[in-house]
Ligand binder design. Structure first.
Ligand code: GUN
Length: 286
């Protein structure tokens, strides 16, 4: 059994990004990421400040917009419009979930696809599914970088994804399919979930339920990717996989914390750098 160390790998990726950012700045382009947080969601606040810190460490300008819970949809759309037109902004990220009175789809659609570093706009989703160049959502992209780093050959393997969210389940399924895996997407209505999971060479758990994946759901020698970040009542952070019982059965497994999580932020920086490089090539951002 080998642990896939996302903390170590993300540090390596971030160092490379910082060096690329410095080079880009020397040529006169400073990458900039605008992050919008609406409301007081505790987890979102933590994620957003981690994103801000990571930008600073990489030399990326971060432009924070902390808006109150009762911000209207129109106010948010107006801010996005300003950022869409601002040449110093390469990436626009609206932290999810948004308050209930705001239509998330409408907001995501308003972000210019060229600045959509989260890869949530329908244009980027469509390009990803079609196997074309696109911004790829950060968590799935981080998983693919980890799989590559550990030399895992995806050609023809049976990959099972648990969870069908737009943020993780659907995009990781597209990426694995594009990499020639045979992909099964499972979810809360799936019949025979345990049997399907137990047939997986690669199991991706993105459910959001602590210790959901138990030892009977995992094949001997499987690769297990745990996307869950669940805070227990006692304050502990655990994944979607019952790590202690599952790990001995695996060829590779990601820990929580220190697995997929740190990769996600590194990929946000990577997507922002990609957007800034595209701006540098074009001369301007319009
Ligand atoms: N909420 C949970 N994950 C994410 C993410 O990757 N991006 C954004 N914008 N919000 C999230």
């Amino acid at each position: 059994m080998k642990i896939m160390d996302g903390k170590n790998l993300s540090a390596k990726v971030k160092a490379q990004i910082a060096s690329d950012v410095a080079e880009l700045k020397n040529s006169g382009v400073e990458p900039g990421l605008a992050v919008i947080l609406v409301g007081e969601d505790k987890a979102s606040k933590t994620y957003v400040s981690s994103k801000e810190k990571a930008c600073m460490a990489a030399g990326i300008k971060s432009i924070m917009h902390r808006l109150s819970e009762n911000t209207s949809e129109n106010e948010l759309l107006a801010l996005i419009n300003i950022l869409n037109l601002d040449d110093s902004v390469d990436g626009i990220l609206v932290q999810l979930p948004l308050p209930k009175h705001i239509d998330t789809n409408k907001i995501l659609k308003a972000i210019r696809p060229e600045k959509d570093v989260d890869g949530f706009h329908a244009v980027n989703v469509g390009n990803l599914v079609s196997g074309l160049d696109s911004f790829v959502p950060c968590t799935p992209l981080g998983i693919m970088v980890m799989l590559k780093e550990y030399g895992i050959d995806l050609n023809g393997i049976n990959a099972v994804v648990i969870g069908r969210s737009n943020i993780v389940g659907k995009p990781i399924s597209s990426l694995l399919l594009n990499a020639n895996a045979t992909v099964t997407i499972t979810h809360s209505k799936t019949k025979n979930l345990k049997e399907i999971c137990a047939s997986a060479d690669l199991l991706v758990a993105a459910i959001g339920k602590p210790n959901f994946v138990t030892v009977d759901m995992v094949k001997n020698g499987a690769i297990v990717i745990d996307v869950g970040i669940n805070r227990l009542d006692d304050g502990r952070l655990v994944g979607d996989v019952d790590f202690n019982s599952v790990a001995p059965k695996c060829e590779f497994i990601t820990p929580v914390p220190g697995g997929v999580g740190p990769m996600t932020i590194a990929m946000l920086l990577s997507n922002t750098l990609k957007s800034a490089k595209q701006r540098a090539l074009k001369g301007v951002n319009l």
